[in-house]
Design a protein. Structure first.
Length: 375
């Protein structure tokens, strides 16, 4: 069977959703060696799939961040391309697919943050998803979500019937499961001095990073903690507000912004931290806490429904707006060795449940199920 996959959302340095799309394709290809996977990406699509005999990457001449070009390409050119390429079923994991395709479609929706929390995204993004998400979900044979929390949102907000919804969890790569990590070289590369508290993710409003900085500042004052706060990730919308908050609190020397951390450095970066904090207001899954838990770093997260579903009792959970709660949790983990050790053990046990091979196998099953419904 020839399976088409829309990967136009993936950038040269993928994070979050982009990383998940690439890893899902890889493990789908491993799970179905008898199938051919035709992957449609932009010109910056990484070479992760090159050399796989059952994967064909078709790169378009535009870049991922150009949404208007992507929409026109997917709506106007892709239907004909899919027909010419002899595609039997199409998997579109990038939230929406504006084109009307001549084959069954599985629509992947990682979250509905643009609809649930419209003030946290650009107005253009809000308008686009408000229009395109319901249309894409209605056209799809099946809709795939990464958590039950997101599936509930989709059923409620997009009115997708339960019999057309499927849930497949994402997973943690094996490189995060090693027992020993040498953090020294990685943290030296990014000019980080231990001890440190870590956040990994894009710097954008829904990550709630001003609250994290406030809690860190309060914990330093209250307990005299020697730690720095490392906020690692690409700078996105409204990052300047975070930088201003750091300056106003007078803790600029204690907060480090190393930018995007290369994939090969992430395990050691997590392992070198005394605690990982993920205070997001809204997520669809939340891979970074699982990655931190896998390497043996205690994790504190918000009480976002998807993150709590995924991390379970392997992380400490605090309501996103609770400054005192985050401050107390930081102090507890950093000063109570027995508590931290127990949290580490539980975190590793929970993270061990999420295997990419299983994610790929289950995703392929969903795509083949849609194909069995016919055109």
């Amino acid at each position: 069977m020839r399976i088409g996959i829309d990967a136009h959302l993936v950038t040269a340095q993928p994070t979050g959703v982009g990383k998940s799309i690439v890893r899902t394709i890889e493990t789908m290809a491993d799970a179905g060696p008898e199938h051919t996977f035709v992957v449609y990406g932009n010109r910056a699509f990484p070479d992760a799939l090159d050399g796989r005999s059952n994967c064909l990457v078709v790169r378009s001449p535009f870049i991922a961040r150009s949404r208007p070009l992507r929409i026109v390409h997917e709506a106007v050119r892709m239907p004909g391309r899919v027909r010419r390429d002899g595609i039997d079923v199409f998997y579109a994991p990038g939230y929406v697919f504006p084109g009307r395709l001549p084959v069954p479609v599985v629509q992947g929706i990682y979250d509905l943050n643009a609809l649930k929390h419209p003030t946290l995204v650009r107005q253009s993004t809000r308008r686009y998803y408000k229009l395109a998400l319901p249309i894409s979900a209605e056209r799809a044979r099946l809709v795939l979500a990464p958590t039950e929390a997101v599936a509930d949102d989709i059923r409620r907000m997009l009115e997708v019937p339960a019999d057309r919804m499927r849930v497949v969890h994402l997973a943690v790569e094996d490189k995060f499961r090693e027992q020993e990590f040498d953090a020294a070289d990685a943290i030296r590369k990014y000019d980080i001095e231990p001890p440190y508290i870590l956040f990994v993710g894009n710097i954008e409003p829904n990550k709630n990073l001003i609250r994290l900085v406030e809690a860190f500042f309060a914990a330093r004052l209250n307990r005299g903690l020697p730690h720095r706060l490392v906020i690692a990730g690409k700078r996105r919308r409204h990052a300047r507000h975070l930088f201003r908050a750091v300056r106003e609190l007078g803790c600029g020397d204690a907060v480090v912004f190393p930018g995007y951390v290369a994939e090969e450095d992430l395990p050691a970066m997590y392992a070198g931290a005394d605690v990982f904090v993920y205070p997001s207001i809204a997520e669809g899954f939340g891979l970074p806490p699982l990655e931190a838990m896998s390497v043996g770093t205690p994790a504190i997260t918000s009480q976002d429904a998807a993150v709590v579903e995924v991390t379970g009792d392997g992380a400490l959970h605090v309501e996103a707006t609770d400054l005192a709660g985050f401050r107390h949790s930081l102090e507890k983990v950093l000063t109570d060795e027995g508590f931290a050790r127990d949290l580490i053990d539980r975190g590793r046990r929970v993270a061990g449940r999420y295997q990419w091979a299983e994610t790929g196998r289950q995703t392929l099953e969903v795509v083949l199920e849609a194909a069995s419904f016919g055109g």
